[in-house]
Design a protein around this ligand. Structure first.
Ligand code: SF4
Length: 411
């Protein structure tokens, strides 16, 4: 054996593009004293140009040739956690560096004067090498060694992904490499869809992780919208919901609605307006009209608004919901918490898809200075603040109830 034979190590990688799994580098050299037969060498090609079946056949053959030392190769795998830590370019360099270090151990000392050729344009410098590698682009179909390295890297990675497929059957890893197709995007809607092998530093994955969960918030007036919207939007994508047919007269209702819209606009929150079904309100509180404020009629009044909110949350597939009603010091907070719980259970009884059970957010918005914050906010932004609860039976309703009721019920 020629002691001065210089041996070329050829390197290619697989798995830079996919949104999950490792990057794999293969360093490979033909043994110049014992090469595989020329017919086999002629079959080497860019792994992407070969069928799955053909790649696997050639891979098996390459393994056999390595066993009788016709070729030397080493594979190094850098997982998705390292990719996220140091970025894909550096992770790829690390995979190649370790493959070079390890293949040198396999090559007999008399062949150890090596030079390295890499398929790619990254121009990495490796401290372990005396001379810089030569970089070539798109040669994996033209140079047999690069073709062989690309086949080994690709099939080795595919086999790893097939193992992961048993852990994550919903990712179809056994048949594709997650290069970020439309189908993959559709499979990533919620944080729970992200698995332990996804590359969380990749933009599409990051976007899903940073996406806030939705919450539907029933709002009863402008001032009481302030603290819930400000606080909830820190952690959620908030949708404000207006359904308050308990407010009379209509002009007062519209004034409060305008104040609500103003707060939504200041806070940049989307909102939904529901119909002003005032007749339904009077129907619901029938025979309870003259019960005291915070008494039975008010329970019915909270309940009809909370029920509508819970039903809408279910219809919109929004799991979390809550209300601004408890921001007001004039409302009975514990009573509302009980009602919320009731609607969570009642609506979920008919829900076959238990993965999306309703969950009310039991937050006492008015506590910890919440009420004062809402007062400061309304002063600062000149938000309309009402001076009675809402209906004509409110303790401090300024008009004559009978006149209004007659008007609405006949209208
Ligand atoms: S007093 Fe207020 S809470 Fe009670 S029924 Fe009237 S509008 Fe509703």
């Amino acid at each position: 054996m020629n002691r001065k034979t210089k041996i070329k190590i050829w390197i290619d990688e697989a798995g830079r593009g996919p949104w999950c799994g490792p990057v794999v580098a293969c360093a490979l050299a033909w043994n110049s004293n014992n090469k595989p037969n020329p017919e086999f060498i002629a079959m080497m090609n860019d792994s992407k140009k070969l069928s799955w079946k053909k790649r696997e056949e050639l891979y098996d053959k390459l393994i056999q040739f390595s066993q009788d030392k016709s070729i030397f190769f080493w594979v190094w795998v850098v997982d998705n956690y390292v990719i996220d830590d140091i970025n894909i370019r550096q992770a790829n360099k690390e995979a190649m560096r370790r493959a070079i270090v390890e293949i040198r151990r396999k090559i007999p000392k008399e062949l150890s004067e090596i030079s390295v050729v890499i398929d790619g344009r990254d121009n990495y410098i490796f401290d372990e090498l005396d001379e810089a590698p030569l970089y070539i682009v798109w040669w994996d179909g033209k140079v047999s060694e690069i073709g062989a390295a690309s086949i080994i890297a690709k099939v080795f990675r595919d086999k790893l992904m097939q193992q992961y497929a048993t852990l994550y059957p919903h990712l179809w890893l056994e048949t594709n490499a997650w290069y970020g197709t439309k189908k993959h995007k559709q499979a990533l809607k919620r944080k729970n869809d992200i698995t332990g092998i996804h590359r969380t530093s990749y933009k599409p994955i990051k976007e899903v992780l940073e996406k806030k969960e939705k919450v539907l918030v029933h709002i009863c007036c402008g001032p009481d919208a302030t603290v819930p919207l400000m606080d909830l939007k820190k952690d959620y994508e908030v949708i404000a919901f207006w359904y308050d047919p308990n407010i009379q007269p209509k002009a007062e209702h519209d004034k409060r609605f305008k104040a609500f819209v103003k707060v939504c606009e200041i806070e940049g929150v989307e909102y939904i307006e529901w119909e002003y079904d005032v007749k339904n309100f009077f129907k619901q509180i029938k025979w309870l009209e003259h019960t005291p404020e915070r008494g039975e009629k008010c329970t019915v009044c909270y309940d009809m608004r909370l029920e509508r909110t819970a039903r809408l949350a279910r219809e919109m597939w929004i799991k979390k919901w809550t209300s601004s009603l408890n921001n007001s010091p004039h409302k009975d907070m514990e009573k509302m918490f009980d009602l919320w719980e009731k609607w969570d259970k009642q609506i979920d009884q008919n829900n076959k898809n238990k993965s999306n059970d309703l969950e009310f957010l039991k937050i006492a918005f008015r506590k910890n200075g919440g009420f004062q914050r809402s007062v400061d906010y309304t002063n600062k932004h000149n938000i309309f603040r009402q001076n009675y609860c809402g209906c004509v039976y409110s303790d401090t309703f300024p008009g004559r109830e009978k006149k209004w009721i007659k008007k609405w019920l006949s209208g």
